[in-house]
Design a protein around this ligand. Structure first.
Ligand SMILES: Nc1ncnc2c1ncn2[C@@H]1O[C@H](COP(=O)(O)OP(=O)(O)OP(=O)(O)O)[C@@H](O)[C@H]1O
Ligand SMILES: NC(=O)c1ccc[n+]([C@@H]2O[C@H](COP(=O)(O)O)[C@@H](O)[C@H]2O)c1
Length: 177
């Protein structure tokens, strides 16, 4: 059986990793949708699709699970989003998501969806991690080691601080949360 799990993964954190570990107990293969793939260099979406593919691929490498990362760009129209996803992805039998809109769109399209309880959500949330990076508060223990390595390689903390400044100055390119 093949599953599908999409997120923006800005960055990929231990909550996402925990969810992939749980999914791995139910499927043989997993498509990892890299959502909002066209977005980068904003406070909400600092990392490119390619950088997020590195984070995800290196993090799940240790698991006994074949994975396929697939970038998925956003569309103006929610009503055709599931078809768009299916057009970009290997075929899958079940979608995994805790995002209410994603769950609704898949169910309306007749795709089986499974959700799971949030794991340590008080700290394992992308927005919280990005804020910690800007403030210089400890974030490294909240992501897989592979993600720390990728963020260091791409100088990701400096990137987030710069785009946080841009957002704060009301620049046109800003994408406020
Ligand atoms: N701590 C967590 N435990 C379980 N599932 C999670 C957790 N955090 C996110 N998810 C789920 O993973 C998927 C992808 O989430 P997403 O990439 O938006 O992360 P996020 O932490 O919610 O980020 P952001 O704060 O940037 O929106 C969604 O279905 C989301 O509900
Ligand atoms: N109309 C659309 O393009 C559409 C609809 C639903 C979800 N999505 C995307 O799917 C991803 C869902 O991931 P999150 O659960 O991380 O929000 C996001 O990248 C979101 O933008 C896009």
């Amino acid at each position: 059986m093949r599953g599908f799990y999409i997120g923006r993964f800005q960055p990929f954190h231990n909550g996402h990793h925990h969810m992939v570990e749980e999914i791995a107990e139910e499927v043989d293969e997993l498509v990892l949708g890299i959502g909002s793939a066209g977005d980068s260099h904003t406070m909400r979406n600092p990392f490119t699709a390619g950088e997020r593919i590195m984070m995800v691929s290196k993090s799940v490498d240790e698991l006994d699970l074949r994975t396929y990362p697939v970038p998925i760009e956003d569309l103006e129209r929610n009503s055709v989003w599931v078809s768009h996803v299916q057009s970009m992805s290997p075929q899958f039998d079940v979608a995994y998501s805790n995002n209410p809109l994603v769950v609704q769109l898949f169910r309306e399209a007749g795709v089986e969806v499974r959700s799971s309880p949030m794991f340590r959500r008080e700290v394992l949330e992308g927005a919280e991690l990005r804020d910690r990076m800007v403030r210089g508060d400890g974030w490294e223990t909240l992501v897989p080691d592979a993600v720390t390595d990728v963020i260091e390689e791409i100088d990701g903390v400096e990137r987030i601080r710069r785009v946080a400044d841009t957002d704060a100055n009301g620049d046109d390119n800003a994408d406020p949360e």
